[in-house]
Ligand binder design. Sequence first.
Ligand SMILES: Cc1cc2nc3c(=O)[nH]c(=O)nc-3n(C[C@H](O)[C@H](O)[C@H](O)COP(=O)(O)O)c2cc1C
Length: 205
Amino acid sequence: MMAAAAMLFGACCEKQCDTINPTGVVMDNILSRKSVRSYNGEAIPDSVMENILRAAMAAPSGRDWRPWSFVVLTDKSQYDSIFEGNHNMQKFKESGAIVVICADTIHMGPTRDNPDGPDVAQVNQLWRDDMGAVTENLLLAVEAYGLGACWTACYPYAETMAPVKRCLGLPASVVPYAVVPIGYHDGTTQPKDKWDPSRVHNGRW
Ligand SMILES: Cc1cc2nc3c(=O)[nH]c(=O)nc-3n(C[C@H](O)[C@H](O)[C@H](O)COP(=O)(O)O)c2cc1C
């Protein structure tokens, strides 16, 4: 399955990539990414999952505070409790794993005014921005492995977050930001060509 997925990788964004950067692995990866919502149930090797999370954690973050944590679910009996607040997620039951990407909205560490001082609890005003970056990094790594994933909103919906927080035992300051099913797929989902020159303004709007 990995080999078949690898063959598909690169072919799916042929049209977009050829015209932009024929040999660009990074361009190919970014332009190949798409939301995949159907999987074949195959498990994801631990080493692959570790590398996906390694790529996610390489994301930039405000003040390098890295507010992210990940809860990896592979036990399908746990899926139902996660899906409780969002029935649209039922279609993700065949994913090989679900990663709940969590954000700690409070940072514990030394302050700017007192860098050598004790750890102090500080509100992280940039956590939402950091979480977008970490989630996209994860999706790109998933694509690089020939796997599919779908960013599924959790934050800011109270009814979606509540069962996830409860089931996973998240601390009070930790928000379940996104639920991302990951799995092997049949390779039929194509990336969208979103290039729109009218969105680009030169010099001024
Ligand atoms: C913040 C955010 C929330 C999303 N929530 C959902 C969701 O709840 N369910 C879903 O199926 N897709 C969700 N998506 C995926 C989008 O529908 C998808 O990215 C968009 O249609 C563009 O398609 P593409 O990812 O294939 O380029 C979400 C994406 C983002 C960035």
